[in-house]
Design a protein around this ligand. Structure first.
Ligand code: AMP
Length: 257
């Protein structure tokens, strides 16, 4: 069995995971659960898009055999009192910007992995830190499920697909490819030989500053295994960022080289 955990409002990023799971497993189980514990902002939880009937159709068309849509009470019944917390990997970037977020993620993913008992579980590179944290957790807890990473799926204009994109206004949506352009600008500096990580971070900041609708939260050029900020890029690295368009928070990343 292959497990694809999601929060629904499924798009082609999700279906790429389902299709990959379908190609590698006899049975594909998709879970759809908008996990209240991973939202540090309750208005973000309330506003999170939900369309169960459409999601079930998308799952079937992409090759899923089973769809698991538990209620909050089924996952966290009365008396629930366990939290799964991963250490240093959860401290920078998304962990610093969203207190409690990763504890919510690792707690629910530990439950889903344990319930499903799947051979493989599929996660997107779009959430690069989440992928690292889940790998660490599964390894540390001796969970036998293999964690499979899947590449970022983008819109034709470069915007990484996200369930949150549908909450952008037309003007914000038109401006949103700036994330990808900022990553590409840093990537171009890297390809031209630049290895000073602060110069790469600055090139992302400068590109973002040209767009008045965007409020950057962080830009990062970090070690891809520890997520510590680099001074010099001497090997592989991860460029990443989080920004806000009004109330909508978007993230994107690009590995180097
Ligand atoms: P979510 O429903 O946002 O929690 O995402 C469920 C899974 O789909 C996570 O493993 C995400 O990393 C993955 N995912 C979301 N968007 C994309 C994308 N644009 N490309 C690849 N994977 C994605």
């Amino acid at each position: 069995m292959g497990l694809v955990p999601t929060m629904g409002a499924l798009h082609e990023g999700h279906t790429s995971l389902i299709r990959k799971a379908h190609s590698e497993n006899a049975t594909v189980l998709v879970s759809i659960f908008v996990n209240p514990r991973q939202f540090n902002d309750s208005s973000d939880f309330e506003a999170y898009p939900r369309d169960e009937a459409a999601d079930v159709r998308v799952c079937g068309a992409a090759g899923a055999n089973l769809v698991f849509i538990p209620s909050v009470e089924e996952i966290y019944p009365d008396g629930f009192q366990t939290t799964v917390r991963v250490g240093a990997l959860t401290e920078p970037l998304e962990g610093a910007a969203r207190p409690g977020h990763f504890e919510g993620v690792t707690t629910v993913v530990a439950i889903l992995l344990t319930l499903a008992g799947a051979e493989r579980a599929y996660f997107g590179q779009k959430d690069a830190q989440q992928l690292l944290v889940i790998r660490r957790m599964a390894g540390d807890l001796g969970i036998a499920t293999k964690i499979v990473a899947c590449p970022i799926v983008r819109e034709p204009d470069g915007l990484a697909m996200s369930s949150r994109n549908m909450r952008l206004t037309a003007a914000q949506r038109a401006a949103a490819p700036i994330l990808r352009r900022a990553l590409s600008a840093a990537r171009a500096r890297y390809d031209a030989g630049e290895r000073d990580a602060e110069v790469l971070r600055a090139s992302m900041r400068i590109t973002l500053s040209a767009e008045p609708l965007v409020a950057p939260e962080y830009v990062s050029c970090a070690d891809p295994d520890t997520l510590r900020e680099l001074e010099r890029v001497a090997g592989p690295a991860l460029l990443s960022m989080a920004v806000r368009f009004g109330a909508v928070r978007l993230i994107d990343n690009e590995p180097l080289p």
